[in-house]
Design a protein around this ligand. Structure first.
Ligand SMILES: [Zn+2]
Length: 272
């Protein structure tokens, strides 16, 4: 399995990234995409990817931090232009395989919406400029985000709707644009709408993710999530699709490699 969305740099892991990765390997998770959300976490993602060849990195500014790039009226700032250049330089690193996570978050609304829109637009054009796919974070802003992407132009190298929480229309929208859906712990929650959406999407549109340290699958709700819990999500997806977990594993791994390339397979070497 590959964990297509994880934040091993977070303080919740407090310098234990190597142990966390080792535990995940024992559970069969052999690749990791460590996702940046501001400049510091983007740099940390690259450092993690340099230290372990099973880890790939993304760089980007989360909608919560949109003011790094734009003012409250949605105008790019001088500091923002500099930050975009820094992202472009980081994106040239061979272990950086996507721009993200970027998007709109109207749930927490931590940045003014015009700034969120401007930050998303600027980073969508950055993704095309550097030739990378995009990891999207969308929360309570599905129709706005999908319209915004269509208006700015669908990323040439494709993208993933991470922690997917859209509706059936969003699944169809994503399919028409060749986007993948990041499915994690919430698919295992009672009363989740995700099983129906996963069934509509089918295995070809799915990437497995933890979003650790957040969104742990059942039976770990309320605890810190980590990549070694990914098999619980895999099992649930296989159950929904009435198929073999191994088939879901190989198909989702193939989709990951098709979009981002191969994290080096080093599970044998590093297994204890
Ligand atoms: Zn994330």
């Amino acid at each position: 399995m590959i964990d297509s969305h994880v934040h091993l740099n977070r303080r919740e892991f407090d310098g234990q990234a190597a142990q966390v990765v080792a535990r995940a390997r024992q559970e069969g998770v052999t690749g990791f995409l460590n996702v940046g959300y501001d400049l510091a976490s983007s740099r940390e993602s690259i450092a993690l990817a340099e230290a372990d060849s099973a880890i790939l990195a993304t760089v980007g500014i989360h909608p919560h931090d949109a003011l790094i790039l734009a003012d409250e009226h949605g105008k790019l700032t001088t500091a923002g232009e500099r930050a975009l250049e820094e992202l472009a330089e980081m994106a040239a690193h061979p272990r950086v395989v996507a721009i993200g996570e970027i998007g709109l978050d109207y749930y927490r609304d931590l940045s003014p919406r015009p700034a969120q829109h401007a930050a998303l637009a600027a980073q969508l054009s950055l993704a095309d400029r550097v030739g990378l796919p995009v990891i999207f974070h969308v929360r309570d802003a599905w129709s706005e985000t999908l319209e915004h992407i269509d208006r700015c132009g669908v990323p040439l190298r494709g993208g993933v709707l991470h922690a997917f929480s859209g509706d059936q229309d969003a699944v169809i929208w994503a399919r028409q644009r060749g986007f993948l859906l990041g499915i994690g712990g919430p698919v295992t929650y009672k009363n989740s709408r995700l099983p129906d959406l996963v069934a509509t999407a089918g295995v070809d549109m799915i990437l497995l993710e933890t979003d650790a340290p957040w969104l742990p699958p059942v039976p770990y709700r309320g605890q810190r999530n980590e990549p070694s819990y990914l098999p619980h999500t895999l099992k649930k997806v296989a159950e929904i699709l009435a198929t073999d977990p191994n088939a879901v594993d190989s198909r989702t791994t193939e989709s990951f490699v098709g979009l981002f390339g191969e994290p080096a397979a080093q599970s044998q070497r590093s297994s204890p």
